[in-house]
Ligand binder design. Structure first.
Ligand SMILES: [Zn+2]
Length: 154
C-alpha cells in the first residue's frame, strides 16, 4: 500500500470520514486479488490465507483503510480454514448486510471505514456469545502490539 494513501486514510478516518474511491482506483490501490474479495464480495481459498493459523495479541486492521477491526486475543481456530474471531474490536467499526447469495440467509461483515467486504458472521461460535466472525485473511493486516509501549501503560 502506498504511504501517501495510508497517511490520507488515517487523517480522514480520524475526522470520521468514509474512504471512497472509484472501482478503478480501488483496483489500483488493492491489487486484483484483494480487490476481488474486498470490493466484489469474493472469498479467498480456505486454508490458504495468510492469517488462518496466526496467533498473538496484536490487532487485525482493514487492509483497505487501516481501521482496527479485530483483536488477536479474540481469534480462535474454527477448523474451517479461515481466520475466526469471537467478536469485533468495536461494533462501531463494522456493519452487517443480509446476504442471500447462497439461497439461505447469511450476514455479511463490512468495514465501516470504507464499505469493504470482510467476510461473514455466523452463530455457531464458542460460548458465551456463540459468534463466529469468518473473515478473509486478505481483507486484514496484522500488527503486533508494541511490547515496550504496552509496558509503559501499566
Ligand atoms: Zn476499511
Amino acid at each position: 500500500m502506498k504511504r501517501w494513501f495510508l497517511l490520507l486514510t488515517i487523517i480522514l478516518l480520524g475526522a470520521g470520514a468514509k474512504i471512497t474511491h472509484s472501482e478503478r482506483e480501488w483496483l489500483e490501490i488493492l491489487g486484483k486479488e484483494r480487490f476481488l474479495v474486498m470490493r466484489k464480495k469474493g472469498t479467498e481459498h480456505a486454508h490458504l490465507g495468510k492469517y488462518t493459523h496466526t496467533q498473538g495479541d496484536g490487532i487485525y486492521a482493514c487492509a483497505a483503510c487501516s481501521l482496527p477491526l479485530f483483536e488477536g486475543t479474540e481469534k480462535y481456530d474454527a477448523g474451517n480454514g479461515f481466520p475466526s474471531f469471537k467478536k469485533p474490536m468495536s461494533s462501531k467499526n463494522i456493519y452487517y448486510l443480509e446476504d442471500w447469495s447462497f439461497s439461505f440467509k447469511r450476514y455479511e461483515v463490512l468495514c465501516r471505514g470504507c464499505d469493504s467486504h470482510l467476510g461473514h458472521v455466523f452463530h455457531d461460535g464458542p460460548p458465551p456469545k456463540h459468534f463466529r466472525y469468518c473473515i478473509n485473511s486478505i481483507a486484514l493486516v496484522y500488527t503486533q502490539r508494541d511490547a515496550k509501549f504496552l509496558g509503559r501503560q501499566k
